[in-house]
Design a protein around this ligand. Structure first.
Ligand SMILES: [Zn+2]
Length: 408
């Protein structure tokens, strides 16, 4: 109770202060009229860039004073009644109130940006203008809020960078990544994905594509509240690899499929990759490596000089090496995903082990997803603890799929 009284008292105080400064400001405007245009007017007799003017809101009309030019022309005023006006939102960013009417020499348009004048106009305007003004004001407010949100994000980001450098903390990276919208992440990932695929031998159809699509679809169907539209591409290449880019863009090489003795083994890799995306691991890594500001600048558009940064980002994304904690997280969530999709999760374990034992050094996948003893042990223990699963087979024949990629 006491708090309420106290705070309402403070609000009244603040309001009084604002009122006071508003009065001072309009007084000042009256004295130094020629120095303070508060709007821009467009019309036939004005320059294409518009005429700076001073708008006064009166009881039933607006008075517009055109500021005198250097050529000695005097200030000149005209009035227009509220009943003659139409109102909308406009300006480069829809952040201005646009007032139009027919003046002595034709159509006139007034762009109001000053919050004080807009407020005074809203106060004084008659009923028939209330709705369009409210609509326009709402639009203006939304634009301002959006700008404020971006600046808050940039500010928070800068602060996080400083703190991040200070503490070198993964936690701060995660906090910052949480604030990056999925759409931005998709933009980053998709640019690198398209760039990469442009130089690859992409498989558009055939048994390998059908098989990978079936595996992926079965797992995606088991992801609750999935915000990503996953896109999986099979690339003809001897490289033993598969990778996921931020935003849900996944590439599987036929070289990796050839090494797999069962579809469950490939599904194990896919489950692992899907979870790097879902846990936003790639984004965390690039934010850590390139810095937040760079990532946000790229995502927000193409600021000048960012072309090089974009290339750099593409390279970083392709050679991302995940951290130990991220690998284990992708393994464990991957196992659970396989289980929910009724795909035998032991395939993941056997494949990782076989690759690590027989082919180490020649398996690109292992260089970006390092297989440590601890990781293997954890995977083994987790698998052993899972309740027995009645796995459902895939509809394709793996021997056939494998032969189709082998014959190339
Ligand atoms: Zn991994």
């Amino acid at each position: 109770m006491g708090t309420t009284v106290h705070s309402s008292f403070r609000i009244t105080d603040a309001e009084a202060a604002r009122e006071h400064s508003f009065v001072n400001e309009s007084l000042e405007n009256d004295i130094m009229t020629e120095l303070h245009p508060n709007a821009l007017c467009f019309g036939e007799e004005f320059a294409a860039s518009g005429a700076p003017c001073l708008v006064h809101v009166e009881e039933h009309e607006l008075t517009i004073t055109f500021i005198a030019g250097r050529d000695g022309v005097e200030n000149r005023s005209e009035s227009v009644r509220f009943t003659e006006l139409t109102v909308s939102a406009g300006g480069l960013d829809h952040n201005q109130l646009v007032i139009a009417w027919t003046g002595p020499t034709g159509q006139r348009t007034l762009y109001l940006k000053s919050p004080e004048v807009i407020r005074a106009f809203r106060h004084a305007a008659p009923d028939h203008l209330t709705q369009p003004i409210e609509r326009a004001a709402e639009q203006v407010r939304q634009v301002r809020q959006r700008h404020r949100a971006v600046w808050t994000l940039v500010g928070a980001t800068l602060l996080a960078v400083v703190l991040g450098l200070w503490f070198g903390s993964d936690l701060l990276v995660e906090l910052a990544v949480d604030r990056i919208p999925i759409e931005w992440e998709q933009k980053l990932g998709e640019a690198a994905y398209r760039d990469f695929l442009a130089h690859q031998d992409v498989m558009k159809e055939g048994p390998a594509v059908t098989a990978v699509t079936e595996m992926t679809q079965r797992m995606i169907g088991q992801i609750p509240d999935n915000p990503y539209k996953f896109d999986v591409t099979v690339v003809k290449s001897e490289v033993v690899n598969a990778f996921a880019l931020p935003g849900g863009f996944i590439v599987v090489f036929t070289g990796l499929m050839k090494k797999a003795e069962s579809p469950e083994e490939v599904a194990g890799v896919l489950a692992h990759e899907l979870n790097h995306v879902l846990q936003r691991h790639g984004l965390e890594r690039i934010v850590k490596q390139l810095g937040f500001v760079a990532v946000i600048s790229i995502a927000l558009g193409n600021p000048p000089g960012m072309g090089g940064m974009m290339k750099q980002l593409g390279i970083e994304l392709m050679t991302l090496k995940f951290g130990r904690a991220q690998e284990t997280e992708a393994d464990l969530t991957g196992l659970q995903l396989l289980y929910r999709a009724k795909i035998d999760p032991s395939g993941m374990m056997t494949f990782f082990q076989r690759l690590a034992e027989k082919d180490e050094g020649r398996v690109e996948w292992l260089s970006t997803h390092p297989m440590s003893r601890a990781r293997a042990d954890r995977l083994q223990a987790e698998l052993a603890a899972m309740p027995p699963l009645k796995a459902e087979p895939f509809s394709f024949d793996w021997t056939h799929v494998r032969a189709s990629v082998d014959s190339r």
